[in-house]
Design a protein around this ligand. Sequence first.
Ligand SMILES: [Zn+2]
Length: 239
Amino acid sequence: MAYYKTAGIVLRRTNLGEADRIVTFITPEFGKLRAVARGVRRIKSRLAGHLELFGEVQLMLATGRSLDVITSARLERSAEAISGDYGRLSASYLFAEMIDRLAGEGHPQPQLYDCARSSYAELVGRGADGLLELWFKLRLASVLGYRPHLDSCTLCREQAGEEYWFSCEAGGIVCRSCSTTRRPLSPNQIKLWRLLLDHPLEPVRRVQGAAAAAAASLAVCDEFYDYTFGKRFKSSQLL
Ligand SMILES: [Zn+2]
């Protein structure tokens, strides 16, 4: 049996048998990782307090026949602040569901892990809002290889000044003559999306009008996900 270590964030937990659980993590080295926590539902379990939902943990695992087995876990950052707050909780479930359904298994995904880690740190420290949700969604799309094109018309590369629409099919903004849909993205919203893709969230929060521009353009980002991944993710802001 081989042992290995990794950091991880708990995305999901499913009961298995009488006392075990299958825990799904996002990790930097192995992408999405599913492993068994044996006996974790027993009162005396040493693992139990360390594998809380959305917590950040250091893990030791042993390779198993079908699933690997968690031999030890140390909680690095608790997600306790999330559990008592409805807004934080619904954003946490949404982020976890999106990562769980879109992340690959068995190969390194350090950028995806960083995206998850900083988003959950925000949720624990500050709470949920539309700006964080848009930041998470744009970054996740970007690390999965679907960064929206926002510099010029995606189709003809024309710089169209102030007038742009968003095309899910083209994967970015398009000018009036290339546009086939009525999904406008204002200059402020385009600017905000660029900032969110290239900067940490904290400085973007200080940009005037950022919260309003995020709230007004979140639905466009959701449509982009529906189209690109063929999966419908609810917006936590609408729950
Ligand atoms: Zn064009």
